[in-house]
Write a protein of this length. Structure first.
Length: 313
């Protein structure tokens, strides 16, 4: 009976001592692990804060880039509109030069016809001049015959003299007309040459304007492509900015949770430390109950029952 009770009490105390020892060891491990976890959580929180700052800066940069891209898109659209207007102007210029070329061509044809008509007039004047020469010769012959006729040929001599004077005036007039025709032909030839050169210059201008129009059309095509590309970049930048803002918010949330976890881990470490201290005190207290014989165990037991608290022995 009594020895069995003493044995059971001793066994129970030993079991408690082992449990306390195991608890102390576990609490020490928990405390050590909690401290490491707390340090890691603090470091992670610090890194999260740094990442959040970097993300915030990146978000700001992306936003500024998006604004710049939008501005570039607007400028590109304006450039495209200006290029389109320039293309219309070049097209109108080419059409105008085509009309000018047509007018110059008709003018050249008209001047050439005028030159041809002048040649015909010159031929007619030459015929008239020949007729005047013959008339003058006939008038001279008539005057000679009238002089031979004497008194009877006096009236005919007067008519022959008037015919001669008329022929001389005709010869003089035809000579003046011939000189004028030659001057007209000379001026016409110069006009034809000038118009020909002008036509060549107009053709060159047409060709250059056509090339300018083609180049401008290529610029317009490239400008429109640039506008499309910049618009896509602007859209992607806006999406990237939105995503960066969401990432920034997520990082801030992670940082907040990490900081809370660090606080919780620190509390666990503190609790483990308190538990470790408590097990140390309990272990010391159990050692005081590790008695040398059964009688002292019984005595200690009765002391506890009598006083309701542990008694130093």
């Amino acid at each position: 009976g009594f020895n069995k009770v003493v044995f059971n009490i001793r066994e129970m105390i030993e079991n408690v001592a082992e449990a306390v020892q195991a608890t102390a060891s576990a609490s020490a491990q928990i405390s050590s692990s909690s401290e490491e976890m707390a340090a890691g959580a603090q470091e992670q929180a610090a890194q999260s804060t740094e990442v959040a700052g970097a993300i915030e800066q990146m978000t700001k940069t992306i936003y500024e880039t998006s604004q710049n891209v939008n501005a570039a898109s607007e400028n590109a659209k304006k450039s495209g509109n200006i290029a389109n207007e320039g293309g219309k102007v070049v097209t109108e210029t080419v059409e105008g030069m085509n009309r000018i070329a047509e007018v110059v061509k008709r003018a050249a044809e008209t001047v050439q016809k005028l030159g041809a008509n002048s040649d015909k007039i010159g031929e007619i004047i030459q015929v008239i001049d020949e007729i005047a020469d013959q008339t003058n010769l006939l008038a001279l012959n008539a005057a000679i015959e009238a002089a031979r006729a004497g008194e009877h040929g006096r009236g005919f001599a007067v008519v022959a003299d008037e015919v001669r004077k008329l022929a001389e005036r005709t010869t003089k007039a035809t000579k003046e007309i011939a000189d004028m025709i030659k001057q007209i032909q000379y001026d016409t030839s110069g006009a034809v040459d000038s118009i020909k050169k002008g036509t060549e210059e107009v053709e060159i201008g047409k060709e250059l304007a056509g090339k300018a129009g083609k180049s401008l059309n290529e610029i317009i095509t490239s400008s429109n492509k640039v506008v499309d590309d910049i618009t896509q970049v602007a859209s992607a930048s806006e999406e990237q900015s939105t995503a960066a803002e969401q990432i920034s918010k997520s990082i801030e949330g992670i940082s907040s949770v990490t900081q809370q976890s660090a606080v919780g881990i620190q509390q666990i470490a503190k609790a483990a430390e308190d538990l470790n201290n408590l097990t140390d005190n309990l272990h010391k207290l159990i050692k005081r109950f590790k008695l040398q014989n059964d009688e002292s165990i019984v005595y200690s037991k009765f002391s506890i029952r009598q006083n309701g608290e542990l008694v130093n022995t």
